[in-house]
Design a protein around this ligand. Structure first.
Ligand code: ATP
Length: 371
């Protein structure tokens, strides 16, 4: 299945009333991959999904599935199925008939489509409810009916628009596991639009982070999280502090940058910057130690504790360092309670220099919705 379900998006733009909802997007999704698209409200992720599904036509550019240009093919003939956010089930039809519906449209006999629907309901563990109508099901069960209905046409690509957003936290986590299992059993490509960072990180083989109609970064979850491309990706995906400085010198692939307050930072893998460049870099919040005294003036931040939040496995400590953004440390709970802090106390946040990650992209926004 893998080559047949590969998606190639080339130079795709979609304009609504003179405004680009999606701008010159290039993206390849491996066949059989789980791809999550994420970004603030209005960034164009649903429009991109709908263009893959054939519910919108690109203003320019091409979309191929399995090597075939499907840009102008109808929704039913490009091998995709779209699962809608609100499930869009027919209220008066039984679960079986809801699932079988698209086979009826395709002209299959009543017996054949009932049989196929029952098989699909079995796959999503709902066979025992086959004769109920949607109002007699829970939200999670309705969601599984919608999944079965999308999958019955045997698509090469399943497109999911915020599939878990209507579920409560407990069900959402359970369905997340089920979606991943289903995708790996079926071996087809899933493209899943979400607002939720942990959902994207947990599910995806490939995370696509969008902003203002463009792709800011498309990579594995680990790479997105550890090596964000820009300040925007670092902030939007969370878990990072974004700092800045001016490069003083570069030697042995390491740039030495000075922050406005004169702190020195060693930035590894930095052969592409030169003295005088203004740079941004990130450091993970969970890689920070807090000390009452300065051990080494470099690769550190000094500030006043403004907030302390116990999070179970770690403690979130916020510092005012005099910069625009608060500096945040996630301190392991055992380490924290060995030397607890107080609001108002001045502390040094320190970390190992190899943890500094240079941000090459210029998008410095905070990742707010674009309404
Ligand atoms: P959300 O997470 O809120 O669903 P999104 O990232 O999926 O947002 P899109 O729905 O793709 O964003 O919308 C991208 C932009 O295109 C928005 O500015 C939106 O208002 C605009 N847009 C989308 N569909 C249409 C349409 N049919 N007509 C006019 N403008 C549209």
């Amino acid at each position: 299945m893998s080559d047949q379900s590969r998606i190639d998006i080339q130079n795709v733009t979609k304009t609504f009333g003179g405004i680009n909802a999606v701008s010159e997007v290039d993206l390849s999704i491996e066949g059989g991959a789980y791809c999550c698209m994420i970004g603030p409200s209005g960034c164009g992720k649903t429009t991109l999904l709908r263009m893959i599904a054939g519910h919108e036509t690109p203003t320019s550019g091409t979309i191929s599935i399995g090597g075939q240009d499907v840009t102008s093919l109808k929704t039913g003939s490009r091998g995709t199925a779209l699962m809608f956010q609100n499930y869009a089930l027919f209220p008066h039809l039984t679960i079986t008939d809801n699932v079988a519906f698209s086979l009826k449209v395709r002209g299959q006999s009543a017996d054949a489509r009932r049989e196929a629907a029952r098989e699909m309901l079995d796959r999503v563990q709902l066979l025992h409810l086959a004769n109920r109508v949607p109002s007699e099901l829970s939200g999670g069960q309705q969601q599984r009916v919608a999944l079965a209905r999308a999958l019955i046409t045997n698509p090469k690509v399943l497109l999911l628009d915020e599939p878990l957003s209507a579920l409560d936290e407990f069900l959402r986590l359970r369905m997340r596991v089920e979606l991943k299992r289903l995708q790996s059993d079926l071996g087809i490509t899933f493209v899943h639009v979400t607002h939720t960072q942990p959902e994207a990180i947990a599910l995806a083989d490939q995370v696509v982070v969008m902003d203002h109609g463009v792709i800011e970064q498309a990579a594995s979850p680990r790479e997105i999280y550890n090596k964000p491309h820009s300040p925007y990706v670092a902030r939007f995906m969370g878990g990072q502090n974004v700092l800045g400085g001016t490069v003083e010198r570069v030697s042995d692939n390491t740039a030495i940058a000075l922050s406005p307050d004169g702190t020195r930072y060693d930035l590894p893998d930095a052969n592409d910057v030169k003295p005088g460049d203004k740079v941004r870099f990130s450091v993970r919040r969970d890689r920070i130690s807090l000390a009452d005294k300065a051990q080494d003036a470099s690769n550190s931040a000094f500030g006043q504790v403004t907030n302390i939040e116990y999070q179970g496995t770690f403690v979130k400590v916020s510092l005012d360092t005099g910069q625009r953004e608060e500096f945040i440390a996630y301190v392991d709970d055992e380490e924290y309670f060995a030397a607890p802090k107080e609001v108002g106390q001045k502390v040094y946040a320190t970390w190992k220099p190899h943890l500094n990650h240079l941000l090459r992209g210029t998008n410095d926004s905070a990742g707010m919705p674009h309404e």
